[in-house]
Design a protein around this ligand. Structure first.
Ligand code: GLA
Length: 433
């Protein structure tokens, strides 16, 4: 072979080798039949289970807020959890209306949740750690650490804290309701002993309230004094709790009076309940409050939990209830807002892939709700969500274990359609999808 022919043969061999290497690389990168997007999606689905890391991310304009494909656009995989820096702040958006809050656990005062809270809320509520069993698990043993952590985080970040809750029939130590001999007070039949038990329980209650309000009165000015005391299905329409069975309505009166004495006139004192839009419950609460106010019991307002769903109750019924209490001279707060994507009697689990039409319906409901809240700002002085993002909500285990998506931010902390409906009801500034 001449030198020239050798060069041609070597060049051909080199080209074949390069083509073979490129082919092997391509085949290794792609499973047979998989598209590039599917491979990327599989990878980010795995990342979703990783611990969130703090990063700042802009809105993905090619995908919807859940990271799914928008018609006519390229599919973008869901991005990693992050706090979106270039979206409006909820609290700033509502600065001329009312504060916006969220219920949290102490471990949400660090990391990504903390960043999201700092951007969007100016009120915090303890989801659990200020409840009676958390604060005084056994008599005289007060445990403040977790509650203090939330108060400290709020102060460091210029937020207010609301206290939830001084009195409740759930999450309360059984010791409250045991007599001096350790027997359940509710079983007592002797009248004199029943009277002594009532005194003992009210004394314990007073000690509990005074200790807590005394400790936090300079830091906390809004208090859920009693929670869920009305139950239209129970005798007299009052919840047949141990509190009620042992003291009648005296425990309510005692709790409010002790809170006022310990907290002074600065303290705003609320009765809190769910389903306050339901006329039977609303009217029973109205009657109770009217009687208490006539007796001079220091009650400042009604906390409407507002755990609602995309199918009901109507926004009108929620607002009518606030107006009714407003007529009594009482303030209103929305204290535990969230909106399940399921109807109450629907026990299905839609899993992670929540249909877009449900998220749109949720956005429409949230829009309508906040428009009504804005219009009624004179009788509504705060809105607190029961959580901040869909990664953490009690509705993942109630009424059954399943995926729900009740809040304004998704599991990756990104703004959902509902967020935009709330901050921008006319749809002018939402980034186009
Ligand atoms: C009620 C209580 C809250 C909380 C929710 C569900 O609304 O007031 O403290 O327990 O139930 O988590």
């Amino acid at each position: 072979m001449t030198d020239a022919s050798k060069k041609i043969v070597y060049a051909v061999i080199a080209t074949v080798v390069v083509i073979a290497i490129v082919a092997v690389l391509i085949l290794n990168n792609h499973k047979p039949g998989a598209t590039l997007q599917e491979n990327d999606l599989n990878e980010s689905a795995m990342k979703q289970t990783d611990a969130p890391t703090v990063s700042v991310n802009s809105v993905d304009k090619n995908a919807d807020t859940e990271g799914r494909q928008v018609e006519g656009k390229t599919t973008k995989p869901p991005t990693e959890p992050s706090v979106e820096a270039d979206i409006p702040s909820l609290a700033e958006t509502f600065a001329n209306y009312f504060p916006i809050g969220a219920a949290i656990e102490p471990n949400q005062t660090v990391g990504l949740n903390a960043e999201l809270l700092k951007k969007h809320v100016n009120w915090l509520v303890a989801e659990n750690v200020m409840k009676p069993d958390a604060i005084q698990p056994t008599e005289g043993n007060f445990t403040w650490d977790n509650a203090d952590k939330i108060v400290r985080f709020a102060k460091e970040n210029g937020m207010e804290v609301r206290y939830h809750t001084l009195v409740w029939h759930n999450q309360v130590g059984a010791w409250f309701f045991k007599d001096a001999e350790g027997k359940p007070m509710v079983d007592e039949t002797d009248l004199a002993k029943r009277e002594a038990n009532k005194k003992l329980l009210l004394k314990r209650l007073e000690t509990h309230v005074r200790a807590i309000v005394g400790r936090y009165k300079d830091d906390i000015h809004s208090w859920d004094v009693v929670n869920e005391v009305i139950e239209p299905g129970d005798p007299d329409g009052m919840r047949a709790s141990d509190w009620y069975k042992i003291t009648g309505t005296d425990y309510i009166e005692t709790a409010f009076r002790a809170a006022r004495e310990a907290g002074g006139s600065e303290a705003k004192l609320y009765i809190n309940d769910y389903g306050t839009d339901n006329p039977a419950k609303r009217d029973r609460m109205y009657e109770l409050l009217k009687g208490m106010l006539d007796k001079g019991v220091p009650i400042d307002g009604v906390g409407h939990q507002t755990h609602i769903g995309i199918h009901g109750p109507t926004v009108d019924s929620i607002v009518e209830s606030m107006q009714k209490f407003g007529e009594l001279g009482l303030d209103n707060l929305v204290t535990e807002l969230d909106m399940s994507i399921y109807a109450w009697n629907d026990r299905r689990d839609l899993g992670e892939d929540i249909p877009d039409d449900l998220l749109e319906k949720q956005a429409d409901r949230y829009r309508e709700l906040f428009e009504a809240f804005r219009a009624n700002k004179d009788i509504l002085s705060g809105v607190v969500f029961w959580g901040i993002a869909d990664d953490h909500t009690w509705l993942h285990s109630f009424p059954v274990t399943r995926t729900d998506a009740p809040l304004l931010f998704d599991k990756q902390m990104h703004a959902k359609q509902a967020f935009w409906a709330v901050v921008d009801p006319s749809g002018q500034s939402k980034p186009s999808t």
